[in-house]
Design a protein around this ligand. Structure first.
Ligand code: BJ8
Length: 435
């Protein structure tokens, strides 16, 4: 990474503490990512983005702000990027995925709380996240209780706007969400001084649709028998989608897809034949939370899909582009966003349907259900998901884990046993099919 100390200073960061954070990332990334064999060439761009994680993109944000542009931070896939783009602002996803920020989060939050919330709040309080420091408006939402209450603390540190997300999907909830979208529109128009016209919103919708579509294309390559890319690499790409420039990101993923499609045609894969294919479902994995994928892929499994917000929930379903009026466009946005099946909704049968559909589409052999500790919605929803998967004959294992590596050995042992069981039942099925 180049020398960005002046930039970080201008963002009022704690440089000493930030040095400590930057010191651990290269080795951590090297061990997890660069040690992989036969990685696609197209991953070089994403390696570069990580090597510049607190540099180049932050500089781009600073230049945008110098010219009067605004930066909006968010914590959830319900915040509509299309509108942010339509107001000529930049949106960045902020959720903290590092253990480093937890102690600072615990200064103001109870210890028995989801690590994602503790790390996000800690990132702000410690002054070590240049993205958080670049934000002109933080957009929260009413998803889980932990987040709702965290906003009340964070509003003492950063200007906030909270979107009231309904927790059911009845007609009146749709109407309510549409009201929230109109309010959000007003809020960012006032913040940026830019009116969101039909034309501008149409462009915003198109641009974000393109980004989502290219991610779907990337995921489609994982449906192949010979996986052309590791799950770890795809997770990284989805995490980067939350803060990279949307157009550049779309172009780079498209380039990578060409390479992967070529690999599929040539039969080049990154795992040995017969490796159990795993669908991961559950809570999102914010950068640099690569723990579960790394453990799965070093314990004899291969991740083929993520039914998470750093996975399919982020990009599935596009916003209709036919809307000619703002009313139609906002309705299109409400339709797309309320199609996301987060565990904060009740009932949430749509998520179970998604898991079973994705299991089939990606030809998975088993499901790993991932929950961060103290995430009540996802932990509680496991019961219903497990019952449905049992009924469908789909093997599933629950892994609850935070960002620390203390439980890595124990989780690895459980995963190895699970994958062994999947291999045996796969072999039995193959034998039965030939008899
Ligand atoms: S749409 S999953 S990004 S809310 S893990 S903070 S729920 S206690 S992140 Fe999420 Fe939006 Fe839903 Fe997706 Fe709370 Fe659970 Fe922590 Fe969570």
């Amino acid at each position: 990474m180049g020398d960005y100390r002046d930039l970080w200073q201008s963002l009022d960061m704690d440089l000493e503490k930030h040095d400590q954070l930057c010191a651990v990332l290269p080795e951590f990334y090297g061990d997890i990512y660069l040690s992989q064999e036969n990685r696609p060439e197209g991953m070089n761009y994403f390696n570069f983005v990580i090597s510049e994680i607190h540099g180049l993109r932050v500089q781009e944000l600073a230049e945008h702000r110098k010219q009067g542009g605004k930066v909006l931070g968010s914590f959830c896939v319900f915040v509509p990027d299309e509108m942010i783009v339509a107001a000529d602002a930049i949106g960045v996803g902020l959720c903290g995925g590092s253990d480093f920020w937890i102690p600072d989060g615990e200064r103001v939050l109870p210890r028995n709380m989801c690590p994602l919330i503790k790390a996000s709040v800690g990132a702000k309080l410690s002054g070590t996240c240049p993205y958080f420091q670049s934000v002109d408006l933080l957009v929260g939402e009413t998803t889980c209780d932990g987040k709702k209450k965290a906003w009340e603390i964070l509003e003492g540190y950063v200007p906030m706007h909270v979107m009231d997300l309904p927790q059911m999907k009845r007609k009146k909830d749709y109407l309510h969400w549409m009201d929230e979208l109109w309010l959000f529109k007003e809020k960012i128009e006032k913040l940026t001084g830019n009116e969101i016209t039909e034309e501008k919103l149409a462009k915003g919708i198109q641009r974000i649709n393109q980004k989502r579509a290219v991610l779907q294309r990337l995921y489609n390559t994982r449906k192949a028998e010979n996986l052309p890319i590791s799950g770890k690499d795809v997770l990284l790409i989805t995490q980067i989608a939350f803060y990279d420039d949307p157009e550049r990101f779309t172009a780079k993923v498209a380039e990578l897809c060409e390479e992967l499609e070529d690999r599929i045609a040539k039969g080049i894969g990154v795992f040995k034949e017969g490796t159990p294919r795993i669908l991961v479902t559950g809570t999102p994995m914010a950068i640099p939370n690569w723990k579960l994928h790394h453990m799965i892929e070093t314990s004899g499994g291969a991740v083929v899909c993520e039914e998470t917000c750093t996975g399919t929930r982020y990009f599935e379903n596009l916003v209709k582009e036919e809307g000619n009026t703002l009313e139609e466009q906002i309705r299109g946005l409400a339709d797309r966003y309320l199609g996301i099946n987060c565990a904060c909704f009740t009932p949430n049968k749509g998520r179970i349907d998604d898991i079973i559909r994705l299991y089939k589409e990606y030809r998975a052999d088993g499901v790993v259900y991932y929950s961060l500790p103290f995430c009540h919605t996802y932990a509680l929803e496991y019961k219903k998901v497990k019952e449905a998967l049992d009924q469908a004959g789909i093997p599933v294992i629950m892994v609850e884990s935070d960002y620390s590596l203390q439980d890595a050995g124990q989780i690895k042992t459980r995963l190895e046993a699970f994958f062994e069981m999947l291999e045996i039942s796969k072999a039995k099925k193959e034998v039965a099919a030939t008899e």
